[in-house]
Write a protein that binds this ligand. Structure first.
Ligand code: ZN
Length: 57
């Protein structure tokens, strides 16, 4: 079974229902990064997202 990488924005920002889920970690990070920047004006590095925000499901 393949793991999926998931970021649930609701856990980070109230009122945001954005969820990224992908089997491709690079893609999940890049989608999450754009969302954080465009929707929340926050910049995260790849490492920050990978270590602190992405869950493996
Ligand atoms: Zn969000």
């Amino acid at each position: 079974m393949t793991d999926a990488h998931r970021l649930d924005c609701e856990a980070q920002a109230n009122d945001c229902r954005f969820i990224v889920q992908s089997e491709d970690e690079t893609e999940a990070i890049s989608l999450a990064q754009s969302h954080m920047r465009e929707a929340h004006g926050k910049d995260f590095t790849d490492d920050e997202l990978r270590e602190e925000h992405l869950q493996t499901v």
